[in-house]
Design a protein around this ligand. Structure first.
Ligand SMILES: Cc1ncc(C[n+]2csc(CCOP(=O)(O)OP(=O)(O)O)c2C)c(N)n1
Length: 328
């Protein structure tokens, strides 16, 4: 795990594995980038486990956003998992609320709540419901009705300005979600009010629900649209930690206008039969598919067993599911 340091106010600010400065980001992956990739691999594993256990959920968009969330929660956000209500925390608003397994897993790995809660995803009585809701530690907005998060983020960012606080606000949007008119109302207002503490990130995985975005509603030229609305636009590989951390740093340094990062991603990233496959937008894998997926994400049977134990799965289920994986 990447170690965590404390800032003057006692909150956690992870060390940047990038020499993220005005001089840019090294292009050669450092050991710290490797650590981030390891974290993201474990996050993908636990997304798959929680959705399989629930028997429903949204793996595609959770796997596509995983690296973005890891970059934010391990390297960028000023936050304190022991004090989720800390007034000066940076805010991450998951506007594509159906992709909450990604957020829940990252929050659990960061210590907002026990990892074992992940095996209660979508169960009655669990605080981890099928769409993100306020009340879960670390969740800033109840979302799931697409299109609302950026408006919420503009309000949160303007409130910070009024209150004289220095926090930054990040909103993670789906690309299909950008079909919603409210996104563009929010975009227009953010530029009008020069909300430079606001960063939107579009998870550009090119799939929405059961079809490709270009078939449902052509978004291109997406960069030109945001630019026309007065935003600084950065377009990057959303699975590259150097690119993500560099863009997030550039957004922090931008004055007088909000920044959007269009992060090119692959829906279902890491699992061959889910990648670029609209069928896995909102469908859980079977236990046989899970066994294959865990192997592809790079886990042995023993490692998967240990992870399931940590997530609170009963022994019989651990034996049953991991027994479907190849030995070794
Ligand atoms: C207002 C609204 N309309 C429709 C839906 C149903 N819906 C859930 S997910 C989804 C597709 C979202 O696609 P995208 O924003 O690209 O998300 P991702 O591919 O990253 O999962 C739709 C249409 C919804 N949740 N809210």
């Amino acid at each position: 795990m990447v170690s965590v340091t404390s800032d003057a106010r006692g909150a956690q600010r992870s060390p940047s594995p990038v020499k993220a400065s005005s001089h840019g980001t090294p292009t050669t992956p450092s050991p710290n980038y490797r650590q981030l990739r390891e974290i993201a691999r474990a996050v993908r594993r636990d997304i798959l486990l929680s959705i399989t256990e629930a028997g429903s959920g949204h793996p595609g968009g959770s796997l596509s956003e995983a690296d973005i969330l890891v970059a934010l929660y391990w390297c960028v956000l000023r936050h304190d998992p022991r004090n989720p209500a800390w007034g000066d925390r940076d805010r991450l608003i998951l506007s594509k609320g159906h992709a909450c397994p990604g957020l829940y897993t990252v929050l659990a790995h960061r210590g907002y709540f026990p990892k074992a809660d992940l095996s209660t995803f979508r169960k009655l009585g669990s605080h981890l419901q099928g769409h993100a809701k306020m009340g879960t530690p670390g969740v800033e907005m109840s979302s799931g009705s697409l299109g609302q998060g950026l408006s919420f983020g503009v309000g949160v960012a303007l409130a910070g300005r009024l209150d004289g606080r220095s926090y930054r606000t990040y909103v993670l949007l789906g690309d299909g979600e950008c079909d919603e008119g409210q996104v563009w109302e929010a975009a227009m207002s953010a530029a009008h009010y020069k909300v430079d503490t606001l960063t939107a990130i579009v998870d550009r995985n090119r799939i929405q629900n059961d079809r490709f975005t270009r078939e449902v509603m052509e978004l291109e030229p997406l960069d030109a649209k945001w630019r026309a609305f007065g935003w600084r636009v950065l377009e990057i590989d959303g699975h590259s930690f150097p690119a993500l951390l560099r863009a997030l740093r550039q957004a922090q340094e931008t004055e007088g206008q909000p920044t959007v990062i269009i992060a090119r991603t692959t829906k279902g990233k890491g699992v061959s039969f889910m990648e670029n496959n609209p069928a896995f937008h909102g469908r859980a894998p079977t236990k046989e598919q899970l066994a294959q997926a865990l192997g592809e994400v790079g886990f042995s049977r023993a490692e998967a067993s240990a992870a399931m134990k940590e997530l609170g799965f009963p022994e019989a289920k651990i034996a049953e599911w991991t027994g479907l994986m190849p030995e070794g």
